[in-house]
Design a protein around this ligand. Structure first.
Ligand code: NAP
Ligand code: MG
Length: 486
């Protein structure tokens, strides 16, 4: 192993290196605020080195480009196996770096990351074009077909909420497509991506194919600005997503974006309320509410409003909040002091705008970034807590009488990542699913994300889709080859 725990290096061209100017930053445990490790702060010359390494690895005739797709698929599959072999270690590392409960990392993040590599490995041998007859020529005069080719050097930038899983969602399909990559994890949570870099080497990925550079927003911006990058795949806030669109204009980089959300969840009076309450609590409080598709805006049909709120309040108050590394913890600290301040700022604004605080709303303890699961009622669409993405364990509840009312409010929702509906009536379920503009709709469930199903946003929640075979389009070009017979 090339890296020790306290002082980590980053991966460029198959070497574990420091930043050229020696700059570093610390990553801390959000539960104890203790420094876990020091990592390199990549500057623009480091970004340049990494992009050049990825470019060289993409050259025709390189070890990577020369691999048969089946061999490429086997290597990708092996990465998934290695993640599972190191599942316990990775779950603990993720829990310490991000704060999330180790049981969530063990049940969700780590196995799902492995599954992403396993699922995507199969696509390496199934990247196909089509034979398409010319529409304006007599049959038999031409042979015309399409061929799919890797897009080239991809810059991938991921957030801190599911650090390893988001890295897997990015890396696995890009590798299946045959691209080379420069990945930048979030500054708050670089550790599992760096450990993954070691596993990627162990799996036999040739040097330079996957480069992992650590740094902050400026590192990300340097990657986006780099003329040697063909494509940027970004997951993060809508605000930074917009900056990336602007910054990628110079060399017309291809861009796909997975951005924020304020996902509506609808509970009808005829729903199995016990299930609806449990799943809706999970929809918002899972992973401290730091989930892009968290069910953060809940519509409850008026006759069951009070019963549902009482059930959610009980569910929130039963959640054990504590250090992620304690096995009984259901909800860990928020990722950083800054994030806690942001979320608590929303709580203050909700109270100031006249919403009723049903439970929570306070910071817990004075060490670590803990807060109580929070629920607001008596909310209005104009309130900031209803209109904006909070990205924390804060649920806003609105009563409703008709689907039309919901549709009218949702028209102004800038986001369209996910939605949910709870009902026993199949007609209501599908009418609601069709009426809401979102990339994923959960019916009588939530958090059911799967490698095979496309995931992504309508409206300002993004461009393009992750997962499924749809994600391969993000990393492939289409070439039409037209031959005329003499
Ligand atoms: P963020 O501030 O947008 O950061 C995301 C990543 O972009 C980080 O690696 C960040 O680096 C980097 N970055 C910051 N400024 C940049 C710039 N100007 N150019 C290039 N890269 C830059 O988002 P976050 O606060 O980490 O994550 C929360 C947001 O992500 C929420 O809005 C959430 O909804 C969204 N999200 C979306 C999905 C999805 O699939 N749709 C999934 C997860 C999260 P540093 O952190 O190192 O500064
Ligand atoms: Mg950390």
């Amino acid at each position: 192993m090339t890296n020790d725990q306290k002082s980590r290096k980053m991966l460029i061209g198959g070497q574990w290196v420091e930043a050229l100017d020696g700059a570093t930053f610390d990553t801390a445990d959000p539960a104890t605020e203790e420094v876990l490790a020091t990592v390199p702060a990549a500057g623009s010359t480091d970004v340049d080195r990494a992009v050049n390494a990825a470019r060289e690895a993409f050259e025709p005739g390189s070890a990577w480009r020369g691999l048969p797709p089946a061999a490429r698929g086997r290597i990708i599959h092996r990465i998934g196996d290695l993640i599972l072999e190191h599942a316990e270690e990775l779950a603990l590392l993720e829990s310490r770096d991000n704060g999330k409960p180790v049981f969530i990392a063990s049940l969700a993040d780590i196995p799902m990351a492995a599954d992403t590599f396993h699922y995507m490995s199969g696509w390496a041998t199934k990247i196909e074009g089509n034979t398409i007859p010319m529409s304006s020529a007599a049959p038999g005069r031409f042979l015309s077909f399409t061929q799919r080719e890797p897009i080239g050097v991809v810059g991938q930038i991921v957030p801190w909420n599911y650090p390893l899983l988001m890295a897997a969602w990015k890396l696995a399909p890009a590798l299946a497509a045959g691209c080379t990559i420069v990945l930048k994890p979030a500054e708050q949570t670089p550790l599992t991506a760096l450990r993954l870099g070691e596993l990627i080497q162990e799996a036999g990925v040739p040097d330079g194919v996957v480069n992992i550079i650590t740094g902050d927003g400026a590192t990300g911006a340097a990657l986006v600005a780099h003329p040697g990058v063909d494509k940027i795949a970004f997951t993060g806030s809508t605000e930074v997503g917009k900056e990336i669109i602007r910054a990628s204009a110079d060399n017309v980089k291809k861009v796909t974006l997975e951005l924020g959300g304020k996902s509506p969840n609808v509970i009808y009076a005829d729903a199995d309320l016990e299930r609806a309450i449990a799943k809706s609590a999970e929809a918002i409080f899972f992973n401290q509410g730091e989930t892009c598709f968290a069910g953060s805006r809940l519509y409850v049909e008026r006759p069951v409003h009070d019963e549902v709120v009482a059930g959610l309040k009980a569910a929130a108050e039963q959640l054990t909040v504590g250090k992620g590394t304690e096995p009984t913890t259901m909800m860990g600290p928020l990722v950083s002091a800054e994030q806690l301040d942001r979320v608590m700022g929303y709580v203050t604004s909700g109270v100031a705008e006249g919403a009723t605080l049903v439970t929570g709303g306070e910071r817990l303890g004075d060490e670590g970034h803990f807060m109580a699961p929070t629920i607001f009622t008596d909310t209005k669409p104009s309130m900031r807590i209803v209109a904006e993405e909070i990205f924390g364990p804060v649920l806003v509840v609105l009563p409703f009488d008709t689907l039309d009312e919901i549709v009218a409010i949702e028209k102004d929702n800038p986001y369209g990542l996910a939605a949910g509906v709870f009902t026993r009536d199949i007609d209501k379920a599908f009418r609601t699913a069709s009426a809401i503009r979102a990339g994923t709709v959960f019916v009588n469930t939530w958090n059911a994300v799967d490698s095979a199903l496309p995931f992504g946003g309508y409206k300002q929640s993004g461009w393009g889709r992750e997962l499924g075979h749809a994600v391969l389009d993000n990393y492939l070009e289409t070439k039409s080859i037209i031959t005329e017979f003499s």
